[in-house]
Design a protein around this ligand. Sequence first.
Ligand code: ATP
Ligand code: MG
Length: 278
Amino acid sequence: MSYLWTVTQQKRLSELNASETQKDMSFPTLIAREAAFKKVELLLIHEGKERLNKLRNETRRPALCELEARLVNALTGIGFVQVTTPVILSKSLLGKMTITDEHALFSQVFWLEENKCLRPMLAPNLYYILKDLLRLWEKPVRIFEIGSCFRKESQGNNHLNEFTMLNLVEWGLPEEQRHERIAQLAETVMETAGIAQYSLEQETSVVYGDTIDVVHKEIELGSSAMGPHFLDGKWGMTGPWVGIGFGLERLLMVKEGGQNVRSMGKSLSYLDGVRLNI
Ligand code: ATP
Ligand code: MG
């Protein structure tokens, strides 16, 4: 007979970002389990406090902010222009993405009032801005935004209601180079995030049709799309393009070996991945 952690103990260990090995421990007796729990909890609390101390004493910033800064540097370094657009989105712009009542994503939208919502994605705003930039600038036009997006999710380890999206778009590249370019841009982001192990997988998206996802061990880190695309016409645009959207909290979760995105996101319970009730 061997004993595993109780449900309550499991939950506490997850909050404290215990490793898989720590979470999978088993014990010959109940007494051994209780003793081990105290020990592991103390160790994790100690690690959490150390991390908080670093934040304070080494003028570090939360991992989410540091990753954002590194991504801004990496992307501006290869010719992408940063843009920053409103979090509040009109229903009509959402409709232009074909996200209307019948759409799977529609029920996940947070409405503020009848015709305004919190953006569930950055793409409609990027389309909107690109339309002008393509008139003003020579192609290729490269832009990106990093900012909060909001979706009602039935919570799990990989989903937040408020998460941080990086969406980059390159408009006006030779059509035959699109696949290769997606691979290059994914590599830039993954290298910046410090994730060596990932793969590109063909998927079907409810918004974009066929997409190539960036995946780490079954976890989707990013989704790419390319044009010419049927949505382009709604903005009066045509031409080849590529784009990828990444979730920063998922990148951090994978990079830091964490168990859930919650500890990495904007939070009242966590600071820089450390649960504050320690
Ligand atoms: P999933 O299928 O995992 O719910 P998705 O395909 O709906 O994700 P996309 O619309 O492709 O997500 O968004 C691009 C990226 O944004 C995803 O690859 C993921 O990294 C991140 N992302 C999407 N939804 C969330 C969420 N609720 N919480 C955290 N990150 C998210
Ligand atoms: Mg996706």
